[in-house]
Design a protein around this ligand. Structure first.
Ligand SMILES: [Zn+2]
Ligand SMILES: [Zn+2]
Length: 143
């Protein structure tokens, strides 16, 4: 016989945070090693002025491998290693990792047994720029 499902038991005298503290630890870790950003703000919540840093000019973008220039805009993700490292990205290269390729947005990629992905003949950075442009100009993103 299956166990009977019951509502969570309230523990007398305890607050939710005392019983389930982990979400609060995650917030604490995030604030210890925040996502930082550089260049001009693009209005995203990540663009908190306290997390703005000098552009890591001369370092290579984690996605496209091209060298970051002093005029570039982007983010620096923390990387949990020993010693801690960081991963700089051009803004569009980072967004490309979230929104997917042009092919993905058009529903024609390996996710759906399609052959599309980044447009042929483009560098990784050009393909990231194309993906972001498409994302912001499509009226109805493919699901
Ligand atoms: Zn890049
Ligand atoms: Zn896909």
């Amino acid at each position: 016989m299956a166990a009977k499902l019951t509502a969570p038991t309230r523990i007398a005298g305890k607050r939710h945070a005392d019983v389930f503290p982990h979400p609060f630890k995650v917030v604490a870790v995030r604030r210890m090693v925040p996502v930082r950003w550089f260049g001009q703000s693009w209005g995203a919540s990540v663009c908190d002025p306290v997390d703005h840093v000098e552009t890591p000019a001369g370092e290579n973008c984690t996605r496209c491998g091209e060298q970051l220039q002093a005029t570039d805009t982007g983010v620096i993700l923390p990387y949990a290693s020993d010693p801690p490292a960081s991963m700089p990205y051009h803004r569009n290269c980072y967004l490309r990792e979230i929104i997917g390729s042009v092919g993905h947005q058009n529903g024609n990629c390996s996710c759906r047994d399609g052959g599309g992905g980044d447009p042929p003949g483009m560098t990784l950075r050009e393909a990231a720029d194309a993906a972001v442009t498409l994302f912001y100009t499509k009226e109805t993103p493919a699901l």
